[in-house]
Design a protein around this ligand. Sequence first.
Ligand code: GAP
Length: 459
Amino acid sequence: MADTTKMDKLVALSKRRGFFYPGSDLYGGLANTYDYGPMGTELLRNIKNLWWEYFVTKRADMVGLDAGIISHHKIWEASGHVAGFADAMVDCKNCKTRMRADHLIEDALHQPVEGLSNEKLDELITSNKIKCPVCGKSDWTKVRKFNLLFPVQRGIVEGEGGAGYLRGETAQGIFVNFQNIINSTRVKLPFGVGQLGKSFRNEITPGNAVFRTIEFEQGEIEYFFDPNKSDWEELFENWKQAMYTFVTEKLGINKDNLRWRPHTDEERSFYSKRTEDLEYQFPFGFKELWGLAYRTNYDLAAHEKGANKELKIVDPQSGEKILPHVIEPAVGINRLLLMIMNDAYFEEENRTVLRLDPRLSPIKAAVFPLLANKPELIELAQSVFENLQDTIEGKIAWDDRGNIGKRYLSQDEVGTPYCITIDFQSLEDHTVTVRDRDTAKQERIAIDQLPKYIKEKIR
Ligand code: GAP
């Protein structure tokens, strides 16, 4: 059952402590958009840096790409998104609420409806007299498809200039640059291209904060291979392992909250031979976190046809021309952020604490002079702060407001692993207290040992 209380608490913490805010908040908000505050921005950067390092920098078989967000309409026509990238929607005739038909039926009947036709969805809604969750009436329009792509109009006079789209996924940028990458690098099959960046989908979302928004960030990989030389099932398993290791070991997520769900034949795209989702148990149930699909050579073939250009490459041994196949691991970075916050959120007797892996923590350490009105304490604390800023990778915070207990609680809520207090003893023996977020225990450490001590703890 959905744990709405936990979700409400996460949303409240996010707003209170600067992880994410409703988008366009000052003007009353814009549905399904969010802005990331100082803490959320650092957390997102840390997630993306870990993703990039793990999947691109540290792998000899991977390269990176940063394609444009605005892209030619022909890309999206060839890929099939203009014709088929749509959600089936219904409108309540009484209160005008618009909903995704699959969400409406799944919530009411607790049965999956992936792959069903509009007619079948209509039949399920009518025969089960499914009520509108907003007004309680059962008076729906017929199911209609709404395309998810955001068109972009260029030119000063309306209708002038070529139309494009905000990309609906980062993946297409990789396919349309396949030839450029082959021609400009020394890659050879099998190899992958990784990309991090924003995607846009004009979808109606059922809340759940940043889980599903109209603007979001994806981390996608297209792993190209020759199906005659590589065993796709083995590659698929390798990618499953890599995704799982990243989530459990790099992001520190509890394995009990994770599961794999293979797609049924009905829901799998016609060109995909196998698709599995890594699902995470959010407060509103197990939901897709990360998709893994064997897309065959559907996309490259579609762009060969759409652009009327050959994308085949020559096998250096046989001299044969081949159009590589791909395995695609695709994740939402904002979904990773929500998962990380949910997994790390703990309420204890007198504090709320985010037990984030230190590599993810927005702030790595906070420095407190015991009293704000003692110049000798401030001076020493300032030198400790500056030294940490110079030596530690990541953000160091300074706080001299309120009592020390409140400063600790404030850092616990944003997941800062270590708080350093400069007190009167520090003036005499050049030691400071270091308080551990998770145990709340304090140790005295010599100031000249501090950078080494913190560095070892947060790596
Ligand atoms: N290229 C394949 C692709 O885009 P997808 O399942 O539509 O596949 C991949 O998206 C991942 O992107 C999802 O698993 C999810 O984590 C994330 N995602 C998709 N739509 C999203 C949205 N509206 N808001 C936030 N994240 C989203």
